[in-house]
Every structure is written in C-alpha cells, then in structure tokens.
Ligand binder design. Structure first.
Ligand SMILES: [Zn+2]
Ligand SMILES: [Zn+2]
Length: 347
C-alpha cells in the first residue's frame, strides 16, 4: 500500500509499505480521510521524535478485516478512530487525568514502524486497547465529520476544565480550526464569546459560528472594549489557542479575579516567559492547560458533530490526495486567509 513516511525533520516520502497484519483481537481499517493536526506538524517540522513513522491520527474509514476474537463490528462499517484510550484504572485515571495515563500515552493505531497514528496511509491496524474508542459514523454523515471527532473532543475537554456558567464571557485568542470549534461549542452553551485573530476572514467565520464580538489581534482599544462588554467585571476565562507568550500575558490581564486562563497551544517544551505570579496567587487567576482528549466525552462529542449543531464541514478548507500529504502539512503549518482545516483524503 502507499503511505507517507516521516524520514526525518521536514522529510516526508511517499513509499510503498506492507499492509499491516492484524492480530485476532484487532481491526484493519481502510482510511478514507485523515485530518492534519498541528501537533503532528510540530513533530515533523521540529523533528522532535525519531523516524521512521507514519503520522496522522484524525482518521475515519471503513472496517475491511476483523480479528476472530473481536465482537461488535462488521466489515463495511464506517468508523471514526481514536488513537488514545486510557485504562480507567491507574492513579492518573482515578484523578480523571486521562492524558497522563501510561496506556493513554501509547498510540494504538499504526500503519507500520513505531505506532504514530498511521492515517497518512491506505490502511491502519487498530489495536485491541483502542477498540473502545471506535465510533460508528451515521449513514447521513461524512467521513470527514468522523475524522473531526478527535479535535472536537480535545476542545470539549478543555471547556469542561473552565467550569463556566451560562452568560459568562470568554475570550478565545486564535480562530483557526481549533479556535472556531471553541467559539461554536461555547456559544452552544450560551457563553458570550469574544473572538480574536490576525486574519479578518477568520473573524467573519467566528461571527457565523456564534461569537458575540470579534477583534483583529493588535487592534487598539481591545482592552477597553472588553471592559465595556463585561461591564467592568473582566472576562470569566480566556483561552489561548495560539502559541504566543504575549497572548498569555494579555489574557491574564483581561480575566477577572478568580477567572481562568487556559493554554491550548503551548506544546513545545523548553520555553520560559515572564508572568506576574501575584495575579495567580492574590487575584486567584488560575493558569491551567488542557491537552489531548477525554474518551468519556466521546458520546457528547459525537452528538454535537453528527447532529451538525457544530457543523465541522464548514471548517475544512483544503483536501489533498495521500500523495500530497507533505503539501497538506506545509499549508496547515502556515495559516493564510484562505486556509482552515486541511485534510488528506484516500477516497
Ligand atoms: Zn490532533
Ligand atoms: Zn490509566
């Protein structure tokens, strides 16, 4: 089969590799669509993990082969896959810190080499421990909607960490695909969203997704405006969906005492930044993060996406065939006024 193999920093090659062989407690899935995710882009562009690997973890496709001991699936089922599933039994899981569970950190989907998702290939092997994460795609929905369950899950998990009330005001910095999902899911919870981005085209979409106010990043008087919108109270929370330290400082200034600043895009290790820690200690402005997904939310995620209350199809701007996955990753890594979610299609 064809696969896009990561051979080193910024080095992706279309190669012919064997179709994965499955064990009797596993599935073989023919990939239809795989979303391009910023965390994979970073690994490829910064070379943070050793090659060779086949990336791609926002995967949907069709079951073509079922191990003899697997129950509850049929060949021909259209499914969305989840590459991480926690054990629900360890110390981290008992604290609901699923992303810190050792089993969760293992990747249970592969197209060969060290398991890394495998979605940029024609077929993937789905290991037994991630079978609880396999979700059927309803007949009326598309593969790309299935592929988007994973990123939507990460956003819903982060929103739950904010313990918001209806009527609260939240700033979402960054209106790329992830920021727009935040905007829509918050609006569905009757939270007033203030959305901010460098690109005007994205702000237009943010409005359509339910943002109450939109601002161009760097626009003068944003702070006064937020003051006015919240009647001087300050934001209940701010979500920083861009890897900017300045945005964190700004967010920290704009939230009210007892509010929360959530980091969603600061995934590169080794950075250091100056912050006024008395804002955390005295003003009780919690600085929190959220990473990856929570499989206990998967039903709620599937409901939002498949009902199209969150219509993820609107977020997809570019489709690339598998052979051009390298171009897809380049485009997704350099956002422009015209690009949003980029997907690789094997159909
Ligand atoms: Zn992802
Ligand atoms: Zn666990």
């Amino acid at each position: 089969m064809r696969a896009v193999v990561y051979r080193g920093r910024n080095d992706l090659r279309v190669e012919t590799v064997p179709v994965p062989r499955i064990k009797n407690d596993e599935l073989l899935v023919k990939v239809a669509v795989c979303g391009v995710c910023p965390t994979d882009i970073k690994k490829i562009q910064h070379g943070t993990v050793p090659p060779p690997r086949i990336f791609g973890h926002e995967t949907a496709g069709t079951i073509v082969k079922i191990g003899a001991r697997v129950k509850g699936f049929h060949t021909g089922d259209r499914v969305a896959l989840h590459h991480h599933v926690p054990c629900f039994d360890c110390h981290a899981c008992r604290h609901r810190a699923f992303a810190q569970c050792d089993q969760y950190k293992r990747t249970g989907i592969t197209a060969g080499f060290v398991p890394a998702g495998g979605g940029y290939a024609e077929y993937v092997r789905v290991m037994s421990f991630v079978l609880p994460g396999v979700v059927a795609i309803p007949r009326r929905n598309t593969f790309v909607e299935g592929a988007m369950l994973e990123p939507v899950n990460t956003v819903l998990k982060a929103i739950d960490r904010l313990s918001l009330l209806p009527g609260d005001t939240v700033l979402v910095i960054g209106q790329g695909p992830i920021g727009l999902i935040f905007t829509r899911l918050l609006a569905l919870r009757r939270v007033a969203v203030v959305a901010c981005d460098l690109l005007a085209a994205r702000l237009k979409l943010a409005r359509e997704m339910g943002a109450r106010r939109v601002f161009l990043a760097g626009e003068a008087r944003v702070e006064e405006n937020i003051d006015r919108i919240t009647r001087g109270r300050g934001l209940d929370a701010a979500i920083v969906a861009v890897p900017s330290d300045e945005a964190v400082r700004k967010a920290q200034r704009l939230v009210r005492g007892g509010g929360k600043v959530l980091l969603f895009a600061h995934t590169l290790r080794g950075g250091a930044a100056a912050l006024d820690f008395s804002a955390v200690c005295v003003d009780e402005k919690d600085l929190i993060g959220s990473y990856s997904s929570d499989s206990t939310l998967q039903r709620a995620v599937a409901r939002s996406v498949f009902s199209r209350r969150l219509d993820v199809r609107r977020l997809v701007s570019h489709w690339f065939p598998l052979e051009q996955a390298s171009e897809a990753i380049k485009l997704a890594g350099t956002p422009s006024a015209l690009s949003l979610k980029v997907v690789v299609s094997c159909e």
